[in-house]
Structure formats: C-alpha cells, structure tokens
Ligand binder design. Structure first.
Ligand SMILES: [Zn+2]
Ligand SMILES: [Zn+2]
Length: 345
C-alpha cells in the first residue's frame, strides 16, 4: 500500500532499493572462479522484493475494495458507486505513472539533516522503533493538518477527499502533485533527530497502509480503541463535509494528538456523515478530479491584485478570500451560528 498510498514516500524508498538492487546485480556480474566465467548468482535482490511486496499489497487492496463493493451492492442494489471506484483506480494508475517522472526529492534536505543529526537512536532496539513510530505520528498529525488548512497543500489532498461515498476505494484515491508541493517537509525534524530518511519513508508507508481499512462505513465504533487509535468511525468524521465535522481527526494510526490539540470530534448518532468536498464534485473524470483545485487556485492567483492576495490564496486556508470572510470553515460556521441565532430571536 505504501506505493499506492505514499505521497512520494514509497517511490523514494523504491528508488533507493532500486539502486541497491542494481549494485547487487552488477557486483555479481561475470565473477570469475578458477579462470572460468560463470553466470551471476540469481539473487532475490531488494528491488525484486520491494516490487513483489508493492504489487502484492496493491493487488490485495484493490481486491478488498472490489469485494466490499460487491457485498454492498448485493446488500443494497444500486447503492455502490462503481464509477467512483473506477475513477479511483485510474487515478491510482496515473499516480504510479507520475512516479516515473524525475521529480522526486521525497524528503528535501533530509539526507543533509541526517548527516548533521543531534543523536543516533538505536533502530535495532524496541525503544528506537517506538520513538520512530511516535515521532512519525506526531509529524504526520502536523502534515495532515497542514494538508487541510493550507491551500497549497490542500490542492493535492482534496483528491483524497473528493469521493462522495466512503469506501475502501477512497483509500487509494490520492493526488499526483504531492512531490511538487514538498509537503513531506513536515517529517524533516525526524531526520535532524537521527532517524534515517529511508526509515522515515518506510514508517510513513506503513502508517498509510494502516489507514486502508479505516475507509469504511459499515464498521461500528470500536469502544475503548477510539481513545487511542484512528478508527473507521474517527476517519468517517474526517471525510465528512458537514460543518460540525470539518477539519477534525487528522491522526494517522493514533488519534491521541487530535485529543491533545483539540481537533478530535467523535461521530454522532444524530448526525450522519455527508462525504465528499464542501462543494461536492460531480465528475468521474480522473483528470478533472486531480487538477480541479489547482485550476481554481490558478484562477484566483490570476485575479490577485497584490502580494498579500497572492500569499493569502496560496497559503491561507481553503476558502480564504481577499475581501470579506470568504468560505473558510470558520466563516461558514460563523454564518451558520448567526443564522441559527437569528432564527432564535
Ligand atoms: Zn485528510
Ligand atoms: Zn482518508
């Protein structure tokens, strides 16, 4: 799932593995024993292994989502949006193709920071891995929150939130432009603390792999697990466009940072989630889905009158407007509260 889901993480990890794999093969080539040339040993290189793992994970993920679609269609005929799943699959294929472009510096500056690290945690010890896990979860919280609150990052992340139904296929609908926005800078502090960039990218891939199963509507709340883990219920709220649910539950594997920083919102029995974007996308065209936010941003930038407006459009929250309150979450909530108060008078 790392490759399907990772925002550049898996591709960078795979590139690294490819280099290692090439070295293994070339190091073995035509080695001479007793004056006789022999063919290289057939080794199971890291490249082969990573490719196999990634292909297996992708196959399992797609099969699981299709199976979910079949079961849901059988239970409630006509209720499952197969065209949306088809779009998600095409977007995933397109995303894999963008990995072929020589764009990726997955963790820009990461290697330099690692070489000037403050400390060297022992990743062969349990506590080293535990620190990496916790550190990654903390950085992921910041990364994901920024993805929602800064339009420059949201332009890519909105693709993941575009399906109007919540199901497993939404998990692998991800934008293509994450590498261009350098959104992984949020993980750089881990490099400075002494975690190797490759280890961070693998941990990030595993974090995203965990999140596959939480894109479901049929899984109930999970009792005490809701206190600690990001669950299907918590992630349903994250994908909901209801005003009451917007900008909540940013965690990856853990939900504890949402609880600590005040962004945790529990699912309510009296408020069904309405999935998709605030202004729902009605298209199944993968290109439109992937680029619609960038086109809207370009339009706003073209109409900007000064540097403040340019910066506001780029780095303000989605919905920011140069004049008036705009359509940010806060502005919409203030309007809704005002309307409710008005009705109460
Ligand atoms: Zn999100
Ligand atoms: Zn999601």
């Amino acid at each position: 799932m790392a490759v399907i889901l990772g925002d550049g993480a898996a591709s960078a990890g795979a590139t690294r593995l490819n280099e290692v794999g090439r070295f293994v093969r070339e190091g073995d080539r035509w080695s001479s024993v007793g004056g006789r040339q022999r063919q290289p040993r057939v080794a199971f290189s890291p490249m082969d292994r990573s490719t196999t793992i990634l292909a297996t994970v992708a196959a399992v993920a797609v099969s699981a989502s299709v199976l979910e679609g079949l079961v849901l269609s059988w239970l409630r005929p006509g209720s499952y949006d197969w065209r949306a799943t088809g779009s998600s699959l095409l977007i995933t294929v397109g995303r894999r193709l963008t990995d072929l472009l020589p764009l990726s510096i997955a963790l820009p500056g990461g290697q330099w920071l690692y070489e000037h690290r403050l400390w060297t945690p022992d990743l062969s010890a349990w506590w080293g891995l535990a620190l990496l896990f916790l550190g990654l979860e903390f950085c992921y919280y910041g990364f994901h929150r920024a993805n929602h609150r800064i339009r420059w990052f949201w332009a890519t992340h909105a693709v993941h939130h575009s399906p109007n139904q919540m199901n497993l296929s939404a998990a692998y609908r991800l934008g293509w432009t994450g590498k261009l926005t350098f959104s992984l800078v949020f993980f750089l502090p881990l490099c400075g603390l002494g975690f190797p960039p490759q280890a961070i990218l693998v941990a990030f891939g595993l974090n995203l792999l965990y999140q596959f199963w939480i894109h479901t509507t049929w899984m109930p709340r999970l009792g005490p697990l809701e206190w600690v883990l990001n669950t299907p219920s918590a992630h349903r709220v994250h994908h909901a466009a209801n005003l009451e649910y917007l900008d909540a539950n940013y965690g990856g594997v853990l939900i504890v940072f949402d609880r600590l920083f005040g962004t945790y919102v529990p699912e309510r029995a009296d408020l069904p989630c309405r999935y998709g974007l605030v202004k729902p996308l009605q298209t199944h065209n993968p290109i439109t889905i992937v680029f619609h936010q960038w086109i809207a941003l370009a339009r706003d930038l073209a109409g900007a009158g000064n540097a403040r407006e340019v910066l506001g459009h780029l780095f303000g929250p989605p919905g920011w407007a140069p004049h008036g309150p705009g359509e940010t979450t806060e502005a919409m909530r203030a309007r809704a509260t005002g309307a409710t108060a008005g009705r109460g008078r």
